[in-house]
Design a protein around this ligand. Structure first.
Ligand code: G6P
Length: 612
């Protein structure tokens, strides 16, 4: 998704901006651009469709030389991804330059008004309208900051922006509404970015802008205010993650690194949150809403993408162990379908980034009805994390690969902790069961580490399917959401069509697709559903489908049913999704890598979808 970076200080801005753009590449984008104010106070700008490296290869570093600049990676919303529509955008007179994340919803209305004023436009973007609206106000006010402010008061929609003005060449004006933006406070220099990854190499001291706030940055100083013109004083926060954590650490891809990190990330999710002697879980961030949670008549879990699959696991967990009715909603549907919500409902919002537009809108919808909102979020300080009534961080660390892996397992682990917490309070499970579950939880990191050590075995199977055209993933009970997530991982990064289905439901449709060219992944550990799954495997075998089984270690019986076996350690139902998804993550990774796909930045996908 779009990324913004800007620099003002004593250093040459270009290398800092280019580095920032590269660090934000993981978010997904289709074009990139950079603008600098040079020593003659001229605005110089270049933008290109394609990767940051394409932009870099066309840059003349002698020309792009100056202490102030802004850069952007764009993920198209209005207008096709091409050089013209890429950011930064000039106003008609080329005095104002702007980079913008988000969508100006009333841009057509503003455009018509500006057309009447004889403004001309070169692109199809909503952003160019905003540049001209700032120009329009500048003509009346002769003040850059005020013109940006007045323009923003007119726009509806979302924005994170950074703007330059050739008539006031000593400043950058930035603002946010619904699209993240933060200021990095360095020594006599400031970096503005939509992502901490672009800042952290230079300073760890940051100020997050809130919605409806703007800032004017000058060399070594800044001034924060609301778009309504109220001054704001806010101290900086110190970022607590290392750049190293965002980088690949010797792995070929971020995705592989993140899959292999899961023994640690899962431990970070539950560290200090469970008493292994009593089986009682405690999530500090939920303290203020515990009563609401325990007395909820209904829990609604809403999310998008992989987080939605985690939500589905949450439904199975909470209904099974806590006996509270749970509904799972796609955030994009929930927000528009006139949901029935009451003030004694609890709405859980799951989001890795904490910035997904639909999930954020679902949060706002839930709040309108007075429901209690709880976030299950990875990115600290993100919008959802800040706007919920209470929440828990999953502590998976920065996830760079666009296909979510470690965030999924940590989301599921967080839901398991919430389940244990409620089951203890409501006494829906005995203390003995809770202790048994907690004891198993303790061993999950080593079980994942064991699977990481089996990755070459998983790879051997993956290599046999690198040319497959279709895949079917089947599972039952707690493993049904795993089937969905396994299929999603494969299609996202390898572009092989894949579907996930409840295993028994296969007979009502997908069975028609099965022939000798159809690999079918069965999630078939030795659990309560084992015999049923074996029957489903038989049905596929009878139609010559190729069987890949995710099977428990020690299960010899499976060898007479499956063509290929990916072994997993045994566990309890509550943790089955965390264990069983690991070989599926490896399977999709190795297949995609063997096909030469861009694993970390799959085509058309974005890490953080901040538009609806
Ligand atoms: C995008 C990403 C997915 C992610 C989904 C929800 O589609 O590519 O990996 O699951 O958004 O994102 P969130 O940050 O809200 O979990």
């Amino acid at each position: 998704m779009c990324g913004i970076v800007g620099y003002i200080g004593k250093r040459n801005s270009l290398p800092i901006i280019m580095e920032g753009l590269k660090r934000m590449e993981y978010r997904g984008y289709d074009s990139a651009g950079v603008s600098i104010i040079n020593e003659k106070n001229e605005l110089i700008s270049i933008k290109k469709a394609g990767k940051v490296s394409c932009l870099e290869s066309e840059l003349d570093i002698d020309v792009f030389n100056g202490n102030i600049g802004i850069g952007h990676t764009r993920w198209a919303t209005h207008g096709v991804p091409n050089d013209t529509n890429a950011h930064p955008h000039f106003d008609m007179e080329e005095n104002i330059l702007i980079v913008h994340n988000g969508i100006i919803e009333n841009y057509k209305l503003i455009k018509n008004r500006l057309l009447e004023e004889k403004y001309k436009f070169k692109t199809d973007t909503d952003t160019e309208i905003l540049a001209n609206l700032i120009n329009y106000h500048y003509k009346n006010t002769n003040d850059f900051e005020t013109s940006v402010r007045l323009a923003l008061l007119e726009v509806e929609g979302t924005y994170g922006i950074a703007c330059l003005c050739s008539k006031e060449p000593d400043k950058i004006v930035v603002a946010r509404k619904g699209s993240p933006l933060m200021l990095g406070i360095g020594n006599q220099e400031m970096i503005v970015a939509s992502d901490a990854a672009a800042i952290i190499n230079h300073t760890k001291n940051v100020i997050y802008l809130e919605d409806g706030e703007m800032a004017t940055l000058e060399k070594g100083s800044f001034h924060l205010k609301t778009v309504e013109d109220q001054d704001i004083f806010r101290d900086y926060q110190v970022l607590d993650f290392l750049l190293d954590e965002i980088e690949k650490g010797g792995y070929e891809h971020f995705m592989l690194k993140e899959i292999c990190e899961q023994p640690d990330t899962i431990q970070n999710t539950f560290r200090g949150r469970i008493n292994f002697d009593t089986g009682v879980a405690k999530l500090g961030g939920l303290q203020s809403v515990e009563e609401k949670l325990y007395n909820a008549k209904r829990i609604i879990i809403t999310a998008c993408g992989t987080a939605w699959h985690a939500a589905l696991v949450g439904e199975y967990m909470i209904e099974h162990y806590c006996r509270i009715p749970v509904e799972v909603e796609y955030a994009s549907e929930f927000r528009y379908r006139r949901p029935i919500l009451n003030s004694d409902d609890v709405v859980l919002l799951i989001s890795q980034s904490g910035e997904t537009a639909d999930t954020l809108a679902a949060l706002k919808e839930a709040r309108k009805f007075g429901a209690t909102t709880i976030g299950v979020v990875n990115v600290i300080g993100s919008t959802i994390a800040r706007e919920v009534d209470a929440g828990t961080y999953i502590h998976a660390g920065p996830e760079i690969g666009v296909a979510s892996t470690k965030a999924f397992t940590s989301q599921v682990m967080s839901l398991a902790l919430i389940t244990l917490m409620i089951a203890n309070e409501k006494k829906t499970e005995t203390p003995e069961t809770l202790i048994k579950l907690a004891n198993e939880l303790k061993h999950i990191p080593e079980k994942i580490a064991h699977m990481v050590s089996l990755k070459d075995e998983y790879k051997k199977v993956a290599m046999k399917f690198k040319d497959a055209k279709n895949f079917l993933y089947l599972g039952r009970g707690f493993n049904f959401p795993v089937a969905l997530e396994g299929a999603l991982k494969l299609k996202e990064i390898s572009y092989i069509h894949a579907e996930g289905y409840p295993a028994a439901e296969m007979k009502h449709g997908p069975i028609a697709l099965i022939d000798e060219n159809m690999p079918v992944v069965f999630i078939a550990p030795q659990d309560k559903a084992y015999d049923k799954i074996i029957s489903n495997i038989e049905e596929v075998r009878a139609r010559k489908g190729v069987i890949i089984a995710i099977a428990s270690e020690g299960d010899e019986n499976i060898t007479s049913y499956a063509d290929h076996i990916l072994r997993v350690p045994k566990t309890l139902a509550l943790f089955a999704p965390i264990i069983n998804i690991i070989p599926l993550q490896f399977l999709s990774y190795y297949i995609a890598a063997a096909r030469g796909c861009n694993v970390d930045q799959p085509r058309n996908l974005a890490k953080s979808v901040t538009v609806e």
